[in-house]
Design a protein around this ligand. Structure first.
Ligand code: GLU
Length: 279
């Protein structure tokens, strides 16, 4: 295995913008500098929002930027059985519980808690008879991680940050998975959710360095806990700053003018883009 393996892991739910380009270039250049491997992973578990046209655009945009990546490209939608197996392992160890609440009911419960008492969801399994009744009625459910059970099994955890968190966090960081609450690991509609898929994939693909935006720093705390529960290695993390536009706000998918496709159409060159971003 290569000593340095990193990845860019976009979701094909829209066109890539400058922020994605910054992230992809940061990871790609780090891999090249380390004589390592740069992987591309398509995070397409959300079948309702992902589109083949956006996936095709990802390949086109990254090639236009001048990037090359290892083959084959991992597509999460082709590995649902692997995620399912991990869910079953965790459930059998009493680390998960079934949650029948809708996203909206959870949001309402959090909002109606005494001010500040609850920012993320902490729940509990239903009484066995009620759960059996709902399952028999065919009600859909999500699998949530029981933070309490997980922390009891995992103990204190750390990870190494070589970039920086949003508040300058760097070096050996004590993981605080409670930031995420009882996260959903398997959505009611697709049977898997972001944290589980990412954690498993990074391990299965031998990723040694996770290079991504600071918006995912909190996610690292949750993913560190999942690594411990699943007996997976912990990569080194390099969270990078988020690019902001002229208005000081970070780039997001809604800023259509900033897509790489538009920049290309406006005859901006990848060299110009690299220079503007400080590469
Ligand atoms: N698919 C995630 C996104 O597009 C990135 C996942 C990750 O880097 O861990 O935001």
């Amino acid at each position: 295995m290569t000593a340095f393996t990193t990845r860019f892991a976009p979701s094909p739910t829209g066109l890539l913008h400058r922020g994605h380009a910054f992230s992809a270039l940061t990871a790609h250049d780090a891999a090249r500098a380390a004589n390592g491997a740069f992987l591309l992973r398509i995070e397409d578990i959300d079948a309702t929002r992902c589109r083949p046209a956006f996936e095709a655009a990802i390949f086109k945009d990254l090639a236009w930027l001048g990037l090359t990546w290892e083959q084959p490209v991992r597509r999460q939608s082709e590995h649902l059985a692997e995620y399912q197996a991990a869910i079953e392992t965790l459930a059998a160890r009493g680390l998960l519980y079934r949650c029948f609440r809708t996203r909206r009911q959870i949001a309402e419960a959090i909002a109606s808690a005494p001010h500040g008492a609850m920012e993320t969801w902490r729940g509990a399994p239903l009484p066995a008879d009620e759960e059996a009744r709902r399952l028999a009625a065919g009600e859909a459910f999500a699998w949530r991680l029981s933070l309490e059970a997980a922390l009891a099994q995992a103990g204190p955890l750390t990870f190494v940050e070589e970039g920086s968190g949003p508040n300058g966090e760097r070096g050996a960081i004590t993981a605080r998975p409670e930031l995420g609450g009882d996260v959903v690991l398997a959505r009611r509609d697709v049977g898997v959710a972001y944290h589980l898929a990412v954690t498993l994939d990074d391990a299965l693909q031998g990723v040694t360095h996770v290079i991504r935006g600071q918006d995912l720093f909190e996610a690292t705390h949750v993913q560190r806990l999942l690594q411990a529960l699943l007996g997976l290695p912990t990569p080194v993390y390099r969270h990078h700053r988020l690019l902001t536009g002229p208005d000081g706000k970070r780039y997001a998918k809604r800023d259509h003018a900033q897509t790489l496709a538009d920049l290309r159409a406006a005859e901006v060159t990848p060299q110009q883009l690299r220079a503007e971003m400080g590469f």
